[in-house]
Design a protein around this ligand. Sequence first.
Ligand SMILES: [Mn+2]
Length: 420
Amino acid sequence: MKILHTADIHLGQIIYQNYERSDEHDYYFSQLEQWCREEQPDALIVSGDVFDIQQPSAATWKTFTDKFVHLHRTYPEMHIVIVAGNHDSASRIQSHNAIWELANVHLIGTPPPADFATLEGWEEHFVIKLPSGYIVALPYMTGERTSMIQTLLDYVAADNIEEKPVIMTGHLAVTGSDMTGHDLDIGNVRTQEIKSLGIGFDYLALGHIHKPQTIGHEGDCMEADVTYLAPVIRYAGSALHVSCDETYPHTVSVVELDRHRGNVHIRQLRINELRHFYILPSEQTSYARAEDALEGIRQFAEGKGRGYIRLQVESKTSLPSDFNQMVYSLIEPYHGELRYNPKILWTGIQENEAAEIVKPKFEVAEIQQMTDPLLFIEKTQHQYPELDMDEVREAFVEIEAEIKRMAEENKSSRKRATQN
Ligand SMILES: [Mn+2]
């Protein structure tokens, strides 16, 4: 059984409040298409966060449709399995499943209901049975669902008399993974123990953590070619740098399994990104004067002329209040090829001082009064030049998911109470 494993595509992402990334996604999909054609996998697995926001624009939905129809046509025998991540709308993804099934594309959005075990045929919603093996597909779920997962794996085990490979996919953070690039202070990624994910899979194809890695073999991040004995748990990593902290290479994994409980062979295909991230003047040095920083940008523009740039500045430097505006005017002629991250990296300051700078404070009571606090923050963000809106949005997505989960739990416990 052979699969291509990718994740965290974040279609429709607007980065640094300014830049849409559709040409970068086009470039990624053109590479993915070529790999599907060359590798001819039994399945392409997308382990969540196919979209960046829960209500993507019509243009972003069109991109999704165009890209996956094209991938299907590239190699029609291939199944495509897409599970919803925390950034996706579970119900929207699910609502498109029936039509996509006609093209061997399986969209798994909503998790099983609390009373799943009593529903006839429910396993088939989450288990995709291919001639070469099984794919257990789990969308993003908050909280541990060990018994549900194990029930699915037991269902597969009972069916699997020929000892075919068993793949499971999901969107979650496993305890012990390397979360480089994720801001743990604000996004606060909740982790799940490996043992809570059940027994019986040979390869667990994960998304959510953006750095490509095999759990327990973290040193292999840059290895092109490895073989391990099943079971193997792996993050494919994000398709593009979703933030400038993701300085590691991004890859798509080709995974080959010979049989159930056999060998898992992993190859990494390096994704070539259309725009790279740069720190100016360099990671080791900082600007001490505003003029030098502007001159540095000018030189970069004339030299490379394309990419995302972020400045590193001495903390003692006083920048004019319209400094960011000056930078935007400077890069204007490059028509979005040269892109600026206004969140400056300050050097030479104490930890606690740094925390003061990068964490603007809102009064909780103030925010509780608002019907749309995110809109308020967006509208007043100029008062907080260090605020990273992408991080704030992500935090709100997490909070919304948590509220939804709590409401669901309340509902099902009320239902149980009335039934008793
Ligand atoms: Mn993601």
